[in-house]
Design a protein. Sequence first.
Length: 202
Amino acid sequence: MGWVWVMIKESKCMAVFMAALALTGCATAQGGTPRSALDRSINECVAAVALGAILGAVADKNRGQGALIGAGIGGVACGVLIAINNERDKQRVREAQLAALNAGSSQRSDFVGDDGRTRTVQTTVRDAPTPTAIAANRPPTMLASLGDAGDAMMTAPATSPDAFVGPCRTAQSQIALQGQSADIPSELFCRTAAGDWKPYNG
């Protein structure tokens, strides 16, 4: 019966691997549009915790104990991100990032989550070169003289409000919660024609 148990374990491990791979795919794209670094980080942690819990249960003869061990391993690394895995907290983090981007300088923001615990978001912002693709797609501006008075009118082809026009900045956030912290990878944001800062994944 030993070989049967080995085959069962291998099948379970393969199923877990495929499930984790699917979760990671969902974290990086939806409808073909890459998600933000915050969303990717949170979803990767969710996948890691699930993977650790199931693998712990498969590997340990005591299923309950193995699951707890696996979940604990993932929780130590991702506890902060799992705690903010709700729309209200994620929106507050995004707002903190946008405040720093608009100010063009590092900013700190504190807020209290639904669990009553305070989250601290420290966002570091730096100016970044405008990607060539954005600079090349900027609509040309033409100057036309009007009459003898020398008045001028600036005209340009219509541009989509969501089109990136620059400038660009990088934002890197650290989220702290009860003595633990999680770093969100640095991400490039660029201004759109509407004046909004959005992640640029070109």
